[in-house]
Design a protein. Structure first.
Length: 315
């Protein structure tokens, strides 16, 4: 799930969404009839695999366009897309819109997966998931089709997993202010606050009231099926956490990884010093300044299944 650690972090991430490389505009059709908008980036040479990039909550898909172009230049067919209610997939009005996180996985990611699978059926299919984007794949009925996953700060916003020393501030922001404003406006006006993009009320409230067990946000008669879908993922997962990420903490990442119980799961904890930096946080790894560092390292995993951060591995 994504998240602005603070106003400046969100602004610096979202400001980078200008003058990006352009992929081919595409429309994805969800099983419930909702249309999503995104971009397809064909590999610039012989394709190695297909990659779906799942954004963080309240982050426009175009923030990932530089990274998508980077992957395409290295032999990947790449799909980026906006979830329902966000960016290019935003309806005329968000007020009263009940879109939820669960639909982003069960419907939206599922539509992205089906689109790529139909377009490139013979290719390995990989997922790069940022924040909530690393949690959503397990909700798709076709999640077993995934061949490899790379996640960054992947979690679903249980407040007790926020970093010590920041928990009270983040609880106030996302679990007090956000639901109050959502009730007042009929959606969460994140853009007005310069925190994130605006969010549908359903997404904002799922975030605000999430408990320690994600399946409990689903109807009782669907919970076993949800757990089975996560268990169907056998793709190896490399889950990256960053030491100064207040939200995507190791505890939060492990809570999500536990649902992928039949996948080979590897955790790494990066410090900013690994890349000669003072801070990284929850957002910035997809900023183009990481092209020569983190982005290059991700290629080793996406191409060959090699963990480039083995010295930072945590069991």
């Amino acid at each position: 799930m994504a998240i602005g650690e603070d106003r400046s972090a969100a602004e610096s991430s979202l400001k980078a969404a200008v003058a990006r490389p352009a992929g081919e505009r595409v429309v994805l059709t969800c099983r419930d009839g909702v249309l999503l908008h995104g971009h397809f980036w064909p590999a610039k040479n012989q394709a190695i695999a297909s990659v779906i990039i799942n954004p963080a909550t309240g982050v426009l898909a175009r923030y990932y366009h530089y990274y998508a172009d980077f992957l395409a230049r290295d032999g990947f067919d790449v799909l980026t897309y906006d979830y329902r209610g966000i960016g290019l997939s935003r309806p005329q009005t968000l007020r009263g819109c009940g879109y939820r996180w669960r639909e982003w996985g069960e419907q939206d990611f599922d539509a992205a997966l089906r689109y790529i699978d139909e377009l490139r059926p013979a290719q390995p299919l990989q997922v790069v998931g940022h924040s909530i984007g690393g949690y959503l794949p397990g909700l798709s009925p076709r999640a077993g089709r995934i061949d490899r996953m790379l996640t960054m700060g992947a979690q679903y916003a249980y407040w007790r997993d926020y970093a010590d020393g920041h928990r009270a501030r983040l609880f106030w922001k996302w679990h007090v202010v956000m639901p109050v404003l959502t009730a007042l406006y009929g959606y969460f006006p994140g853009r007005r606050l310069s925190w994130l993009e605006d969010l549908p009320a359903g997404v904002a409230n799922e975030w605000s009231f999430r408990g320690p067990r994600m399946e409990l946000t689903h109807p009782a008669d669907e919970r076993d099926d949800v757990l089975r879908r996560f268990a169907a993922v056998t793709a190896p997962i490399l889950a990256v956490a960053v030491s100064d990420d207040d939200i995507g903490t190791p505890a939060a990442i492990r809570r999500t990884l536990a649902y992928y119980r039949n996948a080979e799961r590897t955790e790494v904890l990066l410090t900013p010093a690994v890349y000669g930096l003072e801070n990284i946080g929850h957002f910035s790894l997809f900023h183009s300044r990481h092209k020569a560092g983190f982005w290059q390292d991700t290629l080793r995993w996406l191409k060959d299944g090699v963990n480039p951060w083995v010295d930072n591995q945590h069991g």
